[in-house]
Design a binder for this molecule. Sequence first.
Ligand code: DSN
Length: 430
Amino acid sequence: MSRNPYVESRDPELADLLAREEARQYYTAKLIPSENYASNAVMEATGTVLANKYSEGYPHKRYYEGQQFIDPIEEMAVHRATALFGADHANVQAYSGSPANLAAYVALIKKKSDNKRILALSLNEGGHLTHGHKVSVTSRFFEAHHYTVDRDTHLIDYDAVRERALEVQPAVIVAGATCYPRIIDFARFKAIADEVGAKLLADIAHIAGLVAGDAHPSPVPYADVVTTTTHKTLRGPRGGLILCTNAMARAVDRAVFPGLQGGPHNNTIAALAVALKEAAAPEFRAYARQIVVNSRALSDALLAGGARVITGGSDNHLVLFDATPFGATGKQGAVAMDVAGLEANANTVPFDPRSPMDPSGVRLGTPALTSRGMGAAEMAKIGQWICEAVRSRDNETELLHIREQVRDLMAAFPAPGFEGGVPPRSLLDA
Ligand code: DSN
């Protein structure tokens, strides 16, 4: 039976693409560190009538009537977020991570202030576009400066960050990354921010689930504002979440609405409430810890296969390796892996001599495979396949041979969100 019977009867063309994407997701090793499998309950909440409702404003202060059930749903999500992360205040309305970061800057930097400087990790060394990259509006509205990682170790050098902060005198220091495989020392960032009179923004989009599950130190005791997406390690719906101190609560709420957004996506907020409940359960702590165990196992397997793993390993959910010692670019490596059923993305390595469109590295992560119940033994196999796929990138027979083994492995580890029906493998060749 179709997993989407109503779409199938109304729009068979779309239903066909959906069914094939379901099969692709099910039988591919999802190694993109920012992706995951949301539970059936999260997906069910996302597809509810709450999507029909407008509710600009905040609970009990709305611009539309009919909020009898919307208000308690938003309050539930807020309460679960503050309880899970131990934060004073939560805003659950940000549409995703990029709008959340923009809202955070708007809240942290006063309109009339002369100091609009932000200091963040550079994109090529693991930062994010919204950390003031030149193509992002964050660099148009604010004055962006960057710190990098150490040239030899590729670790954040906190003394160097301090020196940059003393030089730049930023209004906001951003601690957080989209491609950094090690622990971030938020206490050090706070000490640096205090020394230069800056506010601290922690962007934990990638590691929110690890923080929630106590597998990475929390920034909440240190940061004025914490932003995150909700669909990565946190395994919720596609959305954004902002946590902050009581002192920042009003400014954050006003920055999100009416500052930057209109009506909140109530269906997403309800799904976030479900995800936060799931993340508060004891199993989620075990999940978060297993993500890290798996990253270490994956990185060990890559090292054993001859890969140059950036920083030599991983302390979180993410592993980055340089494909050039295999004679491939990152893009060639990621494309070969995709043919072999191993889904990842090309990424710059620190101080990459190549361009971001055609970088040297491949970025991997274990959150999604860990959601399927895989452990270190499966990571060892997958690490070996990755090295073989990148080495054999011009050998289609070998890539397809790996792909069959990957598909067998995926079939043995059911993915969350597919309890209503496993996609037929035959769809892969349709
Ligand atoms: N696009 C996300 C990632 O893949 O890391 C960051 O926003």
